[in-house]
Design a protein around this ligand. Structure first.
Ligand SMILES: C[S@@+](CC[C@H](N)C(=O)[O-])C[C@H]1O[C@@H](n2cnc3c(N)ncnc32)[C@H](O)[C@@H]1O
Length: 300
């Protein structure tokens, strides 16, 4: 696989680098995805002007190599995403799961809602969730009003309700794009006219997320491999992330998500992902080809 300008990557070097990536972020490169890893390693080696993959490995594990390690991980992540991805699942979220959550919360007079988009990429997922929560909450509020003085102009979230959407990723570059919240016509294709009108401003040939939507979303760096993850979430979305991890890492992650959820909280995973065989601490909720998993409470 070596070319005239780039040194060869030996089996031993590949193993070392594969193991390092796995330990750092949980991403597992099986035979099918090894050529992708090799290609990205070649690019980084060239960029760093090093003459062997072993020197590159030494750089990555050194104190001064921390920045390069982040850069490598950024080059290895797959950031494909879109607004309203997996519509059937999002319908289940908006119509059933949020309805259940708002009802349970209001009974306890707990008006705070916290949703985490883990592996949020360029922001389409957390912004989709924010728009859906705003719609679902105004629907719920109309039927279950709370005597509370509301400021003018009417806020997106009717007080005393409070909504926090946490959106995290391991890739700083996608987080910056997400924070900007500006999307092209092509990226907007799954967003219908009503949503565009209410939640976006047209700026030139792009669509910018409105300020009142943005204010509900908090972007942060989190590596899902670590133990220190955001706690007390009502709902977690982690879609199309686990598929890049091996089974052992998936099990560890699902266990962490269980602890990061409030009692009876929900976890949403990607269309090609499932909790089957990973845990017995969640029960599947299924409606019109949309699937979610609800935390099972163990009775003491
Ligand atoms: C394919 S995108 C999915 C985006 C969105 N969830 C969706 O389904 O449309 C996967 C995202 O997970 C992030 N990711 C991968 N490994 C991660 C890790 N260990 N910790 C946090 N984020 C990670 C990637 O950077 C990438 O942005």
């Amino acid at each position: 696989m070596s070319t005239s300008e780039s040194p060869a990557l030996t089996e031993a070097e590949l193993k070392l680098l594969q193991t390092l990536v796995y330990q750092e972020c949980g991403m597992h490169f099986d035979d099918r995805r090894t050529p992708f890893l090799q290609d990205r390693l070649q690019r980084r080696l060239k960029e760093c002007q090093l003459d062997s993959f072993y020197s590159y490995y030494r750089l990555l594990i050194s104190q001064q190599g921390k920045q390069e390690l982040s850069r490598l991980l950024e080059n290895l992540t797959v950031n494909e995403t879109s607004f309203f991805r997996n519509k059937a699942q999002l319908d289940l979220f908006q119509n059933d799961v949020l309805g259940d959550l708002f009802r349970r919360k209001q009974e306890r007079r707990d008006y705070s809602v916290r949703i985490w988009s883990a592996g949020c990429s360029t922001g389409q997922e957390p912004y989709t969730l924010t728009m859906q929560v705003a719609d679902a909450l105004s629907y719920h509020y109309l039927r279950n009003p709370i005597p509370y003085e509301s400021p003018l102009p009417k806020p997106l979230v009717p007080p005393p309700w409070r909504v926090e959407i946490l959106a995290s990723d391991i890739n700083y570059s996608v987080l910056r794009t997400a924070q900007e919240g500006s999307y092209s016509e092509r990226q907007m294709s799954p967003v219908d006219y009503g949503y565009r009108l209410r939640y976006f401003d047209k700026v030139g040939d792009r669509y910018a997320i409105k300020k009142n939507v943005k204010e509900l979303v908090h972007f942060d760096f989190h590596n899902l491999k670590t133990e220190y993850l955001p706690q007390r979430n009502d709902i977690i979305f982690c879609r199309n992330v686990m598929m890049y991890f091996d089974e052992a890492e998936q099990k560890r992650l699902v266990e962490k998500f269980y602890r990061c959820l409030n009692p009876q909280g929900y976890l949403f995973v990607g269309h090609a992902e499932s909790l089957l065989g990973l845990t017995d601490k969640f029960q599947m909720v299924h409606r019109d080809s949309g699937t979610a998993y609800q935390r099972i409470e163990v009775k003491m």
